[in-house]
Write a protein that binds this ligand. Structure first.
Ligand code: GPQ
Length: 836
């Protein structure tokens, strides 16, 4: 790219107001934005106007870094990571940008001087909830770390008009409300209409011989949709790197509209337009549950095609040949949602750029990496062949050809093994035919990884075993991580100051250095301060709970927290059984010695997941009884907090004493909430599942509450014909708990309400709650005992924080960069365009 033209001199004053960091300049810039962008003067301004004025003030201070970054990458033709993800659960931008720019304190002071409260303005931001849970939030943490490590990177996804629904609780049930996050505008994004691209759907293909005598294919689509990119800057922590999150929004193409208009079909033209725009309308709210809806496949194709075309544009703009694609870009597939990219890149290279198969295939397979995020069979994406072929007639041809060549390779490596061939085939032909997206991702990628050590082993032994036999060299592990900037520095400023006062602030970028606070674990003064901070944060959360739910909780009680999507495998209902167990104990002996606990839950259920919604109702129903029973006398409180999202998560993690990570072993691929809790000094009660295994290794078995069956034991129990009813019959305590539920005690005498839950546990219990019940109860008793020794608990808590270095997403990203992406940092020098 050409260097930017030098702006006329004399613009220095404006530039200063847009980059300056003194309190006076920040105040002036803020009032300027309030006036010129929001069009308000202070007396008329709403809280939202103030938020917007502040957001623009901060965005101005990002822009120079953002443009410098883009310019440097262009000039150096830097190797770039492209992270393709159907979800980016970014959370609020303002606070994070203040932290990463290093101007939190200055802005805080400037707002105070203007009579405003920065915390209130931060709360005002409507967060972009463009993800369901762990998978989308992981993508967001990875963007933060990529920028912080100065790695050239682009995040590519969909700009959903409606993100994950807002959750309300009415009469104990979840109610879904549409998330109109763009209602008041989005100050963080910039539309880039000149980089719009087109995506084709449906129709048919035609083959022909080109002027060089080559066999070629032309695709005549039924519809064409325009993809418009919106860019958001992703600033690294205290570096000049500002990478880009590029989200695509769907629009009708003008040519198509006009065609219909000209033929007099006004209605048809408008219909076509709204149809096209539906593609980026709404995020599918299912987590780990495959939904075979054609609109979902349209969404996947949409952002994948837009993004790959965008990469080709970038390559060409930098005068690089298409042959260089895999050297310029490393493209990571975040689960199978973008796996169609394998066929789409083949199509673009061959049909649109005239390349031959072998060359295109070589480029494609060198480009992609695939991350698997779950072993749950219900999450595996397989598209009905008919639906797929109708929507993507060219891609199905390409997939058949990939499959034909691939199965020939399999035959050579494993002769006379038809079972293996049918398992490895990209097409499932066992009944109704399907396209298997994980198989496409595996064949088309040079690296395949799971997200925690245990998970990556299980991937090789179970879902992708045949691929592991075929290509063992492709398989690796990259244990997930989370960004300490958002989840410690921003969420927990008090703990951040305490730690920094002891060991400086290097740990924020090098989380392993947190080990240096281990030496203070036995220092009574440090312990005291650490514990006082936890208490103060718990008090804040108690106030919040009181204002939200009118329930009074005791901040000196043990805060026992489970926040995550509601799913049977995550076993929120096992947690609920423990609450009933404690309740029964108090009822049987009102003077029983019980460590006072506050049970907090938060999380959304997929709108169509009946059992998950019933679990929410179940928890609320238990709360209704427990919270007002005078026998319990404030020893137990149960609160379900509505609308769990990133903003709320930031409030919750620092306030936890106990983190519930109680999934059935082998089911949670990694978990990332487990890491956020522990970094903030919560102790974990957990199974040997996902990253719990590694967390326990790091913090020490003596600082972790372990219970439950192992993955092997779970498998063995199932293989031996698991009978949950046997546990019910042989365990009095468990039987009393279940009987209490079945009797209608928590449902105003209605014995039908929780019947499905009870029946499921007694007769199916796919997730082995009853098999793990006693072990869980016993372990919780150890927790209660441990909490009575404040000093020792605080010591364990400090050691948890101190030993979490491994779980910084910076470490995860370093692993990806070294082992998979082979990409190096490109530091950005801050240039001032105005000082000419
Ligand atoms: N995960 Cl496949 C999701 O949040 N959604 C999904 O659709 C799939 C996985 C989670 C997984 O359950 C967690 O264990 C992981 O920590 C997380 O992905 C990130 O890898």
């Amino acid at each position: 790219m050409q260097t930017l033209p030098t702006p006329p001199s004399g613009s220095v004053q404006i530039e200063d107001d847009r980059t300056g960091l003194s309190i006076e300049t920040l105040k002036r810039a803020f009032l300027d934005n309030l006036f010129y962008i929001q069009g308000k003067f202070p007396a008329l301004a709403s809280k939202n106007d103030y938020y917007m004025a502040l957001a623009y003030t901060v965005r101005d201070r990002l822009l120079r870094r953002w443009l410098n970054t883009a310019e440097t990458y262009t000039n150096t033709q830097a190797r770039t990571v492209c992270y393709l993800s159907a979800e980016f659960l970014m959370g609020p931008h303002l606070g994070n940008n203040l932290i990463n720019l290093g101007i939190y304190d200055q802005i805080n002071q400037a707002m105070t001087e203007l009579g405003l409260d920065l915390n209130e303005l931060l709360q005002q931001e409507e967060e972009p909830g463009l993800g369901n849970g762990g998978l989308g939030r992981l993508a967001a943490c990875y963007l933060d770390s990529l920028a912080t490590l100065e790695i050239p990177a682009l995040g590519y996804g969909i700009r959903y008009e409606f993100g994950i629904f807002d959750q309300e609780i009415r009469d104990g049930w979840q109610v879904e409300i549409t998330d109109k996050w763009l209602r008041y505008g989005n100050p963080w994004e910039i539309a880039r209409p000149d980089w719009a691209v087109e995506v084709k759907y449906g129709g048919h293909t035609e083959s022909f011989i080109d002027e060089h005598g080559n066999y070629r294919v032309r695709w005549v689509p039924f519809k064409v949709v325009k993809g418009l990119p919106y860019d958001t800057p992703i600033l690294g922590y205290k570096v000049n790197t500002a990478n880009t999150l590029r989200l695509w929004s769907a629009e009708a193409t003008e040519s198509f509209d006009f065609g219909a208009f000209n033929s007099g079909d006004y209605f048809g033209a408008v219909h076509q337009k709204s149809n096209s725009e539906n593609i980026s309308k709404v995020l599918y709210p299912n987590d780990e549950q495959y939904q075979g809806k054609v609109l979902r496949l349209e969404q996947q194709m949409f952002f994948v095609s837009c993004s790959l075309q965008d990469m080709i544009r970038i390559l060409q703009m930098q005068n690089m040949s298409l042959e260089k694609f895999p050297e310029k870009f490393s493209v990571q597939l975040n689960d199978t949602h973008p796996a169609i990219a394998v066929a789409e890149l083949m199509r673009l290279l061959m049909d649109e750029h005239g390349m031959q198969w072998d060359n295109a295939w070589n480029i494609t397979t060198r480009t992609f990496g695939y991350t698997n995020h779950t072993l749950l069979p219900e999450a595996l994406e397989r598209w009905p062949l008919k639906l797929f072929s109708e929507l993507l007639p060219r891609h199905i041809e390409i997939i058949y050809e990939i499959n034909r060549r691939f199965l020939d390779d399999v035959r050579i490596k494993f002769p006379d093994d038809p079972g293996r061939l049918s398992r490895l085939s990209l097409i499932d032909e066992s009944g109704e035919k399907y396209v298997r997206m994980a198989n496409l991702a595996c064949v088309g990628s040079s690296a395949i990884n799971g997200v925690a050590a245990l998970h990556s082993e299980l991937v090789k032994q179970t879902v992708l075993k045949d691929f592991y036999d075929m290509y063992p060299e492709k398989f690796t592990n990259v244990t997930n991580g989370v960004t300490p900037r958002r989840f410690v520095v921003l969420s927990n400023p008090r703990m951040t100051s305490l730690i920094t006062s002891k060991i400086g602030d290097n740990w924020i970028k090098h989380l392993d250095e947190l080990r240096r606070i281990e030496q203070f674990a036995d220092d009574p003064g440090f312990r005291y301060e650490f514990r006082q901070i936890k208490q103060a944060i718990k008090q804040d959360l108690a106030n919040h709970i009181k204002s939200e739910t009118d329930v009074e909780v005791d901040p000196s009680s043990l805060f026992d927290i489970q926040v995550k999507r509601i799913h049977e495998y995550k076993r929120q209902h096992l947690n609920a059984l423990h609450i009933i167990h404690l309740y029964n104990r108090i009822k049987a002996n009102p003077s029983a010695e019980i460590t006072p606990r506050t049970f907090l839950f938060g999380g959304k259920a997929a709108p169509g997941y009946y059992m998950a919604k019933l679990i929410i109702k179940f928890i609320n129903s238990i709360g209704e009884v427990v919270n007002r029973d005078p026998d319990v006398a404030g020893r137990l409180k149960v609160v379900f907090l509505k609308d769990y999202n990133v903003k709320f998560a930031q409030r919750v993690y620092p306030a936890a004493d106990l983190s519930e990570q109680i999934s059935t072993a082998g089911k949670e691929a990694s978990g990332t909430g487990n890491m956020k809790f522990s970094m903030n000094g919560a102790l974990t009660i957990g199974t040997l599942d996902g990253a719990n295994v590694e967390i326990r290794e790091e913090v020490g078995a003596e600082n972790f509450f372990l219970f439950g069956l192992t993955t092997e034991e779970v498998a063995a129990k199932k293989a031996a014909g698991y009978r949950p009813i046997d546990y019910y019959e042989s365990n009095n305590d468990l039987r009393q708990v279940i009987d209490r539920i079945a009797s209608g005690f928590f449902s105003h005498g209605d014995t039908g309400l929780f019947r499905p839950l009870v029946d499921n546990l007694l007769h199916k219990d796919e997730y082995l709650l009853l098999a793990d019940y006693q072990s869980y109860i016993d372990c919780q008793e150890q927790v209660s005992q441990a909490y009575r020794n404040w000093d020792h608990w605080t010591r364990m808590s400090i050691l948890n924080t101190a030993r979490m270095g491994k779980f910084s997403s910076d470490r995860s990203i370093r692993d990806y960069c070294q082992n998979i992406w082979k990409v190096q940092p490109v530091p950005i020098e801050l240039k001032d365009y105005t000082q000419s």
